[in-house]
Design a protein around this ligand. Structure first.
Ligand code: ZN
Length: 171
């Protein structure tokens, strides 16, 4: 995928970047959108401190969202500086990966709730029990002595299902 302005408008790049590396990261990435730059050039663009820029870039580099290479610009005749590049594809990958983990967890919850019978007295602050434990307790809550009743998980299951379909369709 190559980056176009349309992509930037449609895709929540900056939301994701802010989550990973903070508000300043958005300013830094904006400065790198259409041109690779050295940290000094980014500092000139954004007015941010060099140390902060370096910290943010290393955070983004963990996910290959920002990568660096030796500059051909030869700003300093002795040292070649590094130029930094923004890789939008890495943001897409990061989101896909997170989406996978989220869907996986939701499915596990859904399975648990669909397969297990959960017993509950209905009082906030008391615990829930599976069938075996509830049987052992004679279907009485050990905390408040109220009868333990089979909890209807339908509402929770439906909520998770709705959320799952949103996760599938988003992005
Ligand atoms: Zn109770």
């Amino acid at each position: 995928m190559s980056l176009t302005l349309q992509h930037i408008e449609k895709y929540p790049f900056f939301d994701v970047i802010e989550q990973i590396a903070g508000e300043e990261a958005c300013e830094i990435v904006k400065s790198l959108l259409f041109e690779d730059k050295t940290i000094k050039e980014i500092a000139k663009d954004t007015g941010l401190k060099i140390n902060l820029i370096r910290k943010v870039l290393y955070k983004l580099n963990k996910y290959y969202i920002a990568t660096y290479e030796k500059s051909e610009k030869k700003i300093n005749p002795i040292f070649r500086e590094f130029t930094w590049r923004f890789n939008p594809q890495a943001v897409v990958k990061y989101v896909e990966k997170r989406k996978e983990v989220l869907i996986d967890n939701l499915k596990k919850n859904l399975n648990y709730l669909s397969q297990k019978q959960v017993f509950f007295c209905g009082n906030q602050g008391c615990s829930t029990y599976d069938f075996e434990k509830a049987f052992e307790l004679n279907f009485k809550c050990p905390n408040c002595n109220t009868a333990l009743k089979l909890l209807d998980s339908t509402t929770t299951i439906n909520k998770i299902k709705t959320f799952l379909s949103k996760v599938y369709t988003n992005y």
